[in-house]
Write a protein that binds this ligand. Structure first.
Ligand code: S3P
Length: 177
């Protein structure tokens, strides 16, 4: 396994929180959130890119950003919820690091995002239905990750320790080579 860390999962599945906690535990690693990179380089918020241009345009920026950030070592990459749908992105990410799918139930996801008006795909009359459909559609690809972690079954600390266990092992195998 490659000791870089990649976090995938639905919006509000905890990628940012887990990424930040991991980065604190392993200071040698740099945390990169691809949405944050896109916002910084474009000078626009994600929802503005959707509104001003289109989702397709955003997906292209996302694809280009993933290609750029996936190089080097000691990285934690957290990607937007839709990025793992693209086969090219999946190939890049699966090669670059060990991919962890942070799996959450629909109700938990919905509860977390219901107050958030900045998620462009969910600005609809029935956001829960949209979220449900997205989850159903994406689950098959998320499950291609190297590991699936059911976040409802573990504490944040347990999740971090699980990921670190795998990564420490990958790092020691690399040094032994
Ligand atoms: C998206 C999720 C968002 C962001 C964009 C599209 C999606 O990221 O990339 O709004 O398709 O699910 P988060 O998963 O960090 O919310």
């Amino acid at each position: 396994m490659n000791p870089n860390i990649v976090l995938v999962g639905m919006p509000a599945s905890g990628k940012t929180t887990i990424g930040e906690l991991l980065a604190k535990k392993i200071p040698a690693y740099t945390l990169i959130d691809t949405d944050a990179v896109i916002e910084k380089t474009s000078g626009l918020k994600i929802y503005e890119i959707f509104a001003k241009y289109s989702e397709d345009y955003f997906r292209k920026l996302e694809h280009d950003t993933i290609k750029i950030v996936c190089s080097g070592n000691n990285k934690i990459i957290s990607i937007g919820g839709g990025a793992f749908e693209n086969p090219g992105n999946r190939t890049t990410l699966m090669k670059f690091g060990t991919v962890f799918y942070l799996k959450s139930d629909l109700d938990v996801l919905y509860y977390r995002i219901s107050e958030d008006s900045t998620r462009p795909l969910l600005q609809t009359k029935d956001p829960k239905k949209v979220l449900e459909n997205l989850l159903k559609k994406r689950e098959e690809n998320y499950r291609k990750a190297h590991y699936t972690i059911d976040t409802s079954k573990f504490t944040e600390e347990e999740i971090i320790n699980f990921i670190l266990g795998i990564i420490n092992e990958a790092n020691s195998q690399r040094t032994a080579q």
